[in-house]
Design a protein around this ligand. Sequence first.
Ligand code: BGC
Length: 255
Amino acid sequence: MKLQGKVAIVTGSATGIGKAIATGMAAEGAAVVVDYVGAPDLANAVVGNIRSKGGKAMAIEADVSNPDQVNSLVQQTIKAMGRIDIFVNNAGMESKHPFTEYPFELWQKVIAIDLTGPFLCAQAAAKAMIQQGNGGRIVNISSVHEDLPMPTNAPYCAAKGGLRMLMRTIAVELAPHKITVNNIAPGAIYTPIDADVEANNKIESALMAEIPLGRWGKPQEVADLAIFLASDAAGYCTGSTFFIDGGMLRQSGSL
Ligand code: BGC
C-alpha cells in the first residue's frame, strides 16, 4: 500500500478523473475526502464504493472558488481525520465558445474554478501542512492545454497556463517545508468533460488522429500517476508537470 496512513482531499471527485483518483488513493490505504458541488448522490456513491472495499472516505461539499468553503473543507477534514497529507486540485470546468463571442461572466467562472480554486486550496492545504510540520503533497490536475492552445477554449487554456506558473512558484516557496507541488497534464481522457466529443463520431475520430497512441486515456491511468506523485517514492519530484497524453503533444501530423 503506497499511501497507508495518509489523509487526502481530492476536489471534484464525484465523477471523472477525480473519482478515479479518490478511489485509487483509498485502495492504496489513504483516508479520502471526496469534495463535490451539488451532486451528493454521486459523491456518496464514490464514498460507499470505497467503504464497501474496506477503505476510509467521507464526502464534503465545498466550492473551490469560495475561500470560506475551502477553509472549512480543510478544517472539517482535520477534525474528522486528524490531519492532511495530500491535496489534489482536480475540480475543473470548461465551456467552449469562439474568442470574440466569449461571455465575460463565463470567463470569470472558468478562471474562478480552474485557477483561483487551486490557489485557494493549495494555500489552505499548505498552511495546515506547515503547521503539522512533516511535509506534504500538492498535486494539480492541469491539462496538455497548460502548453497547447485550444481554439474556443481561451479561459480554460489561460487558467491551465496560469496553473503551471502557480505550481512552479509555490513549489519553490514550499520546498523548505518539504511540501512538494506538481502538475499532472492529461490529454484526452474518457470522462464526462468530453461528453460532446464522445457523442460525435466525426469529432472523436479527428481527436484520435491527433493522438499517436490512437485512443482515449483512462481515468485510472491518471490516478496511477497521482498516486505515485502523492507517495513517498516521489519525494524528489517537485515543480514539474508530468504529461499523460498518449503522445498528443508530440504528434507531427502529416509530416
Ligand atoms: C480537455 C478536453 C480535451 C483534452 C485534449 C482536456 O484538458 O478538457 O476537452 O479533449 O484536453 O485536448
